[in-house]
Write a protein that binds this ligand. Structure first.
Ligand SMILES: *Cc1c(COP(=O)(O)O)cnc(C)c1O
Length: 511
């Protein structure tokens, strides 16, 4: 396994004082001509005809299709050049807050591609797939241990899907114990958009809880429980560490408020990478949680996939988990248990997002308990290092080392004084592209904020480079804020009309 730095060809020298945006010459040579089709060129030679020739009637053939005519080598260079125009975790610093774009060790890819895993048919009998079942069972046990909870279902295919499944389980539980009227889910105003959406999908009503200084306002939580009536509340759905980059230390109190009301605590575990091996959600009162294995335990993700969102629950909710459940028999063999009368049923075809779980298993097995704790410590250290070096120029509402206020694995900046000089947040983000850095998450959880998450595997050199770039952008704004309105000026694609790109995407090259 190599570290990220070793696999990442760095085109700028990190840590030097004067950084310049990448000039064209620093980039892989651009294809001079995008349109490569030349009439008569072919990428393949078909073997000679070895069956009788048949002439199709013209009405079956239709009009000729205009396909590009390109040689094999040109096809390859075309796609390679296109790939080099992308930002990626393998090529760039990618500090996308909350999304946790972390290093994906190549050995995980190797493991997921092993024939014994990749070529399985999902309908094979249990006795033919003992290795795969063992991997699923062990992943289940790993995640139970990390969660500090009693049973894990590996079925959900993403974090949002885990939320949906967890809420379905909560609904099934309350229905079963004769309290189907509990349909209100309390959600902090800083929550990820999927949280209230999942509530709606499960016929629950999401009610917003205020946050104060980045933390849940417990008085507001109590007020809402009283206002709506304790017996209408199903759960409080909280992300911890939250999207302000803070660990809500009053989580046990929040859990007590829920449990006193007969309701449950749902933990959105998207930020588990900050607390791995440090604390376990089950120990701070969580009844149900989801993991985003693609954020916490590697797997390259983005643009909607791939991921896995296993959920963990305490004993009293376990009977309602989706089935079939992977089990170990007394003789040490593995099987799918389909006899679960109270289960909410399947939430996914077949067993799970299997290839992603192979990567998850490989990551956890390679790290071990000490390694996982190290992941959390390094992630938190990296974020605090960046925040401490930048907070005098980029204002941070929740971070103030003088007052002992630190962050978890990510931090939020609202760069008010820079924005006051006549640039937009978008200008700053687009300028980062010129310096080969992927812009952080924007405008969430606060208006005009950047949410920066460096992850655990970035070297100090990369972190220092990021700081230098951010300080340099601040200087550029001092000198000439208008210049940033053009950014990115050195990227293969200039500033795109993002609204038009989303509403009227042009996906076909028409020469
Ligand atoms: C990413 C994220 C989700 C959604 O997870 P997906 O795997 O993208 O569906 C939910 N909550 C938080 C806080 C997240 O960061």
């Amino acid at each position: 396994m190599t570290s990220v730095m070793e696999t990442r060809p760095k085109k700028t020298r990190a840590g030097t004082r004067s950084i310049r945006p990448l000039a064209r010459g620093d980039r892989p040579v651009e294809p001079v001509i995008f349109e490569k089709s030349v009439p008569g060129q072919r990428a393949v030679d078909l073997p000679p005809l070895d069956v009788p020739r048949v002439d199709l009637p013209p009405e079956l053939i239709g009009a000729p299709v205009e396909l590009p005519e390109v040689g094999q080598h040109d096809v390859m260079t075309h796609y390679t050049h296109l790939s080099q125009r992308n930002f990626s975790v393998d090529g760039n610093f990618y500090p996308l807050g909350s999304c946790t774009m972390k290093h994906n060790p190549r050995i995980n890819e190797w493991a997921a591609a092993l024939d014994g895993f990749a070529q399985l048919h999902p309908l094979q009998d249990d006795d033919q797939i003992q290795g795969a079942l063992r991997l699923l069972y062990e992943t289940r046990c790993f995640l139970q241990e990390i969660a500090g909870l009693d049973e894990v279902s590996l079925q959900p295919a993403a974090g949002a899907h885990g939320e949906f499944t967890g809420l379905k389980v909560i609904r099934a539980y309350f229905k079963d114990i004769g309290q189907p009227q509990r349909h209100i889910v309390l959600v902090p105003d800083s929550a990820h958009g999927t949280n209230p959406a999942s509530c709606t999908m499960c016929a629950c009503h999401a009610v917003t809880v205020k946050t104060a200084h980045g933390y849940t306002d417990l008085d507001d939580l109590r007020r809402l429980v009283n206002e709506h009536g304790a017996n209408t509340i199903a759960a409080f759905m909280i992300t911890n560490p939250n999207t302000a980059g803070l660990f809500d230390a009053k989580i046990c109190e929040a859990a007590d408020i829920m449990h006193d009301a007969g309701a449950l605590l749902y933990l959105d575990g998207a930020n588990m990478n900050a607390i791995l091996g440090k604390t376990r959600p089950g120990e701070f009162g969580t009844d149900v949680m989801h993991f985003n294995t693609h954020k916490t335990f590697s797997t390259p993700h983005g643009c909607g996939g791939p991921g896995a969102g296993p959920i963990a629950v305490g004993d009293k909710l376990a009977p309602y988990l989706p089935g079939p459940q992977v089990m170990m028999a007394e003789d040490g063999s593995f099987y799918f248990d389909r006899d679960r009368p109270k289960s909410i049923g399947k939430v996914r075809s077949f067993s799970s997002q299997f290839g992603v779980l192979v990567r998850c298993w490989a990551y956890i097995a390679a790290c071990g308990p000490d390694g996982l704790r190290n992941v959390a410590e390094k992630a938190v250290l990296s974020a605090n290092y960046l925040a401490a070096r930048l907070c005098n120029v980029y204002e941070m509402p929740y971070f103030d080392p003088q007052k002992g206020r630190f962050c978890a694995h990510e931090f939020v900046t609202v760069p008010k004084s820079l924005l006051g000089k006549g640039v937009s947040l978008n200008d700053i983000a687009k300028r980062m592209v010129d310096y080969d850095i992927h812009p952080p998450t924007m405008h969430w959880p606060l208006r005009d904020c950047l949410m920066v998450e460096p992850t655990d595997t970035e070297s100090k050199r990369t972190l220092d480079h990021f700081v230098d770039v951010m300080l340099q952008i601040a200087q550029e704004i001092e000198r000439d804020p208008k210049a940033l309105a053009e950014a990115p000026t050195d990227a293969p694609i200039r500033r795109a009309d993002e609204v038009a790109a989303a509403r009227n995407p042009v996906l076909v090259w028409d020469g």
